[in-house]
Design a protein around this ligand. Structure first.
Ligand code: KG4
Ligand code: ZN
Length: 348
């Protein structure tokens, strides 16, 4: 049994959690969405300052909620890559300070590995190998999870992440940030077949298409061109926002479902674990569930609170590294990027 206090500050949530193996004892998430909404997106410098203001109270709240003493905590986990450097620095400085004061091992965690570990929080008996479909504001990846620390990215986006596409299209439609939930909401009133948008396939130099990679920038452009055409044709008519949202959402859900299923089948994997904020999307969920029917593949959706950024998923990954004797040096630094295949470099 290992218990870890974990910190996550890679983007716009200040999060602290206490995790015992795969059980969450407490999970505090102080969201900055209201602040960044004023700017229509995350402002890095504002995010760092807000983390600094919230981190102390979040640590105290996580310890209070778990009602745990320091001698019952075996290590300090922290997201150290990838993310906004200034934001990561706040979490890593706090984690190092706690590790030094309380004489605990420090465990740097790769943010994407954390998203993979969110699935273990929901399904403690889940074991690799499985396919992780990670769809968030910053990432869209198909990851072959072979073991702890052994990941291969088999598919990804060549430009915008799926969540980023939701946010940008929402802005085109005049909907508020973050765009994903707003599009999901209005799409319920729309016709997903009203407009035919491309699936964003990537052409291969030798002909044909990449089976698992996507491009969402072209899809966003297709929505923008459609809006421009509609406005030219009928300048006084209101935009069919619900139909545009439903048709866009349908194209994203169709693209992600096709690629995830094809990938799982090709790799002979029988489980697809979905993670990241876009995993909340109602159409993606229903399409994936319809898609796996009669294939023998199971699809797992962690509860939403563990899909979006949180520290419990970071703690769960840190526990496993600690149990394998993988500890980070106190010289651990933050990095805006690190390949998922290089997570081993975070440990001494
Ligand atoms: O995982 P997350 O909280 O943060 C990152 O690590 O990026 O994901 C945030 C993204 C945003 O782009 C947001 O618009 C999207 O997830 N999102 C959704 C939904 N809820 C959140 N996208 C589509 N449908 C939703 N219901
Ligand atoms: Zn994330």
């Amino acid at each position: 049994m290992s218990t870890v206090l974990a910190i996550e500050t890679s983007c716009d949530e200040t999060a602290v959690a206490i995790v015992k193996n795969r059980e969450v004892l407490s999970s505090i998430v102080a969201s900055q969405i209201e602040t960044h909404r004023l700017y229509g997106g995350v402002v890095p410098e504002v995010a760092s300052r807000q983390h600094l203001g919230s981190i102390g109270a979040a640590i105290e709240a996580a310890i209070g909620e778990a009602a745990i003493a320091w001698d019952a905590i075996d290590g300090i986990g922290v997201t150290c890559t990838p993310g906004l450097v200034g934001a990561l620095m706040v979490g890593v400085s706090a984690a190092k300070t706690l590790a030094a004061i309380h004489d605990k091992p420090l465990l740097g965690v790769h943010h994407l590995e954390g998203h993979i570990y969110a699935s273990y929080l929901a399904e403690p008996d889940l074991e690799p190998p499985f396919l992780c479909l990670l769809v968030s504001g910053g990432h869209t990846s198909l990851i072959h999870v072979r073991d702890c620390g052994n990941y291969e990215i088999v598919g990804q986006t060549c430009d915008d992440a799926a969540g980023e596409a939701f946010d940008k299209v929402a802005r085109l439609l005049g909907l508020a940030y973050p765009g994903g939930p707003a599009i999901d909401r209005v799409a319920r009133e729309g016709n997903p077949k009203a407009f035919k948008f491309p699936e964003g396939r990537i052409k291969l130099p030798g002909g044909g298409f990449h089976p698992y990679d996507s491009s969402f920038s072209g899809l966003k452009t297709a929505v923008r061109r459609t809006i421009e055409r509609l406005q030219e044709e009928k300048p006084d008519a209101p935009l069919p926002v619900a139909d545009l949202a439903a048709s866009f959402q349908e194209a994203v859900a169709r693209a992600l479902t096709k690629r995830a299923l094809r990938c799982a089948e090709d790799l002979g994997l029988t489980k697809i674990a979905v993670g990241g904020g876009v995993a909340a999307n109602s159409r993606l969920r229903s399409r994936l569930q319809e898609g796996v029917a009669e294939t023998g593949i199971d699809v797992l959706f962690p509860p939403l609170k563990f899909c979006t950024d949180n520290a419990a998923m970071i703690g769960c990954a840190a526990v496993e590294h600690l149990q394998r004797g993988q500890v980070s040096p106190m010289t651990l630094s933050v990095r805006s990027r690190l390949a998922l295949s290089d997570v081993g470099s975070l440990y001494a």
